[in-house]
Write a protein that binds this ligand. Structure first.
Ligand SMILES: *Cc1c(COP(=O)(O)O)cnc(C)c1O
Length: 392
């Protein structure tokens, strides 16, 4: 049987690994040698479970969306990550990594953020646990994401502006890595998606796997079976999708559908459809598909959705696509907007722009009436109201 999880060398098929500077190797090695032991310890599991229940509000409901189901001619269940505290799935990972950091004896947390969602989730958990928190953010992003910056500050985090390069996410990653190298004795670096050098993609996938763990328990109450015919999720770096599919990866009865951001169209040069457009390359410490210019340099991606605007993709997902275990659709901005308004009017739920890409994938599939579909609604749309208003 094929293995879709990470192997002992830190690879998913051809993708993944740890392509890092020598100075960073000891920190990554320390993490690699400890994370599984901590995650599998009873004390971690218990603290994580209690916080997910009482702080985040889990389990998130598995909601049968009747009106949407009728339209698409199948049974569509929404996994409601939008109902989590702070409004998305990112909090699951932030809590897990902060707990891991504490168990490893670290007292200072750093992270980088582009759109600000991961920064807010991290600052939230650091406030809860009274930990020193620094968030690196490109100056351009600080100007674009004013509300999230103010939230992080209110939560007690230091927001460190990065003035190098294009002053966006990639530059913030470099700054955070430098900090980690210099302060690794007391500092833990929290990565927000299934990206970065091994073991981060596996660590984040394990922490988000609570999503499919719950689906497996919830689906039998509705359908009398624990597996759906389809799982659908959007992919930026890939963490909500990894959590959605984790416990079904090797169940071939379950089709996996991933929605990446097509932007203005994959032919236009303004896209973040990494799997469709990317070539093999190394980005942020791991081998994956990367959107590149002719000379091999990283091309700035574009999407209407800040959370999907990443030039790479998690190694797990690059491999799932290559092995044809997953079907990937590039969803354009206008298709995502249409799907957001559709869900809002049909079900009374305003979705995050990222999640709207997953919803738009429904229109690309042909269902049978008995098909059971579980679609992860990764977040709520409050943060995207300004964008939606431009299209009303
Ligand atoms: C950050 C974000 C995403 C994209 O990140 P993944 O790691 O691919 O899940 C998707 N949806 C929402 C609501 C987000 O905030």
């Amino acid at each position: 049987m094929k293995n879709y999880n990470v192997n002992n060398e830190g690879y998913y098929g051809e993708y993944g690994g740890a392509y890092i500077h020598d100075s960073l190797k000891p920190c990554v090695e320390e993490l690699k040698s400890k994370y599984i032991e901590v995650l599998e310890s009873e004390s971690f599991k218990e603290e994580f479970a209690i916080l997910l229940r009482d702080f985040v509000g889990r389990p998130s409901p598995l909601y049968l969306a009747k009106n949407l189901s009728k339209k698409y001619g199948c049974k569509i269940y929404l996994k409601r990550e939008d109902l989590n505290h702070t409004g998305a799935h990112k909090i699951n990972n932030a809590i897990g990594q902060v707990l891991l950091a504490k168990k490893m004896g670290k007292t200072r947390i750093i992270a980088e953020t582009g759109a600000g969602q991961h920064g807010v989730a991290t600052a939230t958990v650091c406030a809860l646990m009274n930990l020193d928190c620094t968030i690196y953010m490109g100056k351009t992003d600080i100007e674009r994401q004013h509300v999230n910056v103010e939230k992080m500050k209110m939560l007690g985090a230091k927001v460190q502006a990065v003035n190098d390069g294009s002053m966006t996410l990639s530059d913030a990653v470099d700054a955070a890595i430098n900090d980690w190298c210099e302060n690794s004795a007391d500092t833990f670096y929290i990565i927000g998606s299934t990206v970065g050098p091994h073991p981060y993609p596996d660590l984040v996938a394990r922490l988000q796997s609570v999503i499919s763990e719950e689906t497996k328990k919830q689906l039998p109450m509705h359908e009398g079976r624990e597996y759906p015919d389809y799982l659908i999720a959007c992919i930026g770096g890939g963490s909500n999708a990894a959590g959605t599919v984790y416990h079904y990866l090797h169940d071939e009865r379950v089709k996996i559908i991933l929605a990446e951001a097509g932007g203005k169209g994959t032919e236009t040069g303004m896209s973040a459809a990494t799997i469709k457009l990317g070539k093999e390359g190394v980005l942020h410490g791991f081998k994956t598909l990367v959107i590149q210019n002719e000379d091999g340099s990283i091309k700035e991606p574009y999407s209407i959705s800040a959370g999907l605007d990443y030039p790479g993709i998690g190694p797990m997902h690059a491999n799932l696509a290559q092995q044809k275990r997953a079907t990937v659709f590039a969803i354009n901005d206008d298709e995502a907007i249409k799907a957001a308004f559709e869900l809002t009017r049909m079900e009374g739920i305003i979705p995050a722009l990222e999640s709207s890409h997953a919803l738009a994938a429904l229109d690309k599939l042909q269902f049978k009436p008995d098909d059971v579909v579980v679609l992860t609604l990764s977040g709520r749309g409050d943060k995207d109201i300004h964008t939606y208003l431009e299209y009303k």
